[in-house]
Design a protein around this ligand. Structure first.
Ligand SMILES: N[C@@H](CCC(=O)N[C@@H](CS)C(=O)NCC(=O)O)C(=O)O
Length: 234
C-alpha cells in the first residue's frame, strides 16, 4: 500500500517562487511530495506538463499546490493558505499580519524584480542596472536587519521564506552578472537562514548552481547571440 502525501507541490528547484513554498513546507514540518514542473524557459524538449497542473494553474505558472483535492497557484496566496490549513510552526508572528504582508509585498517588488532582471537579462546594460537595483533593495533590507535578527517580528517568518529563495541562488546570480555588494547585516541574516531546519531541503548543490548558470547562459545566447557568442557545451 502506498501512502499519498496530503500536500503536493507542483514546482521546481530553479524557480524562486516555488522555493518559497518548499522552504515553508520544510520549515513547518508539513509532509509533501514534489511534482517536478520546470519553468518553460528551462523545460527539456518534449516535456509534457501534467494534466492536473494544466487544469488548475490558471496562468500555467509554478508553484501550484494541491491539498486534499483542492488547488491553488501563486506563491504568496499559497503561503497564507498553508497557514490556514496547518497551524504547527506558523511563520506568521502573532499580531504581525499586516506588517508581514507589507514587507512580503516590498521584498516581492524590490528584491525579486531586479533579481529576475539579472538572470533573465539578455543585454549587459540591463543586467548591470538590475544588479544595481538589487543592491539598493538589499541595502534597505540590511537597514531593517541592523537591529533585528529577522525580517518581521522576532522569529523566522514568511519574509524569510521569500529571502531564502534569493539566498540559495546568490552564487549563481554573481556568475550571471550580479556585482552589488551586500551589507554585513544581510550576510549575517543569510547565515541565520542557513541554520534553519528548512534550509537543507531547498539549498542548492554546486551542481544545481552550475545548472542554473548554464541554463540561463544558454537562454541569453538564444535570445541575444550578438552579446553572448559561443555556447552549446555544458
Ligand atoms: N506570481 C507568481 C509568479 C510565479 C512564476 O513566475 N513562476 C514562473 C517560474 S519561476 C512560471 O511558472 N512561469 C511560467 C512558465 O515558465 O511557463 C508567484 O508568486 O508564484
Amino acid at each position: 500500500m502506498t501512502t499519498v502525501a496530503p500536500v503536493a507541490l507542483f514546482g521546481h528547484w530553479i524557480c524562486p517562487f516555488s522555493v518559497r513554498v518548499e522552504f515553508a513546507l520544510a520549515q513547518r514540518g508539513i509532509a509533501y511530495e514534489v511534482v517536478d514542473v520546470p519553468p518553460s524557459a528551462v523545460r527539456p524538449k518534449g516535456f509534457v506538463v501534467p494534466d492536473e497542473f494544466a487544469a488548475h494553474s490558471p496562468k500555467l505558472e509554478i508553484p501550484m499546490v494541491r491539498i486534499a483535492g483542492e488547488y491553488l497557484a501563486d506563491s504568496m496566496p499559497i503561503l497564507w493558505w498553508l497557514e490556514e490549513r496547518f497551524t504547527a510552526h506558523s511563520l506568521v508572528p502573532v499580531g504581525e499580519d499586516d506588517a508581514l504582508r507589507e514587507r512580503m509585498a516590498w521584498i516581492d517588488r524590490h528584491v525579486y524584480r531586479p533579481m529576475i532582471g539579472v538572470y533573465y537579462g539578455t543585454e549587459p546594460d540591463a543586467i548591470a542596472a538590475a544588479s544595481e537595483r538589487f543592491g539598493d533593495a538589499m541595502a534597505e533590507a540590511g537597514a531593517w536587519l541592523d537591529d533585528a535578527d529577522w525580517l518581521c517580528g522576532d522569529a523566522p517568518s514568511l519574509c524569510e521564506a521569500l529571502m531564502v529563495a534569493v539566498y540559495v541562488r546568490l552564487d549563481g546570480l554573481r556568475r550571471l552578472g550580479l556585482t552589488a555588494n551586500l551589507p554585513a547585516a544581510v550576510t549575517a541574516h543569510h547565515q541565520r537562514c542557513a541554520a534553519l531546519s528548512g534550509w537543507p531541503t531547498v539549498a542548492w548543490s554546486a551542481e544545481q548552481t552550475d545548472e542554473f548558470v548554464w541554463r540561463f547562459s544558454e537562454y541569453r545566447r538564444r535570445r541575444s547571440p550578438h552579446h553572448w557568442p559561443g555556447g552549446g557545451d555544458r
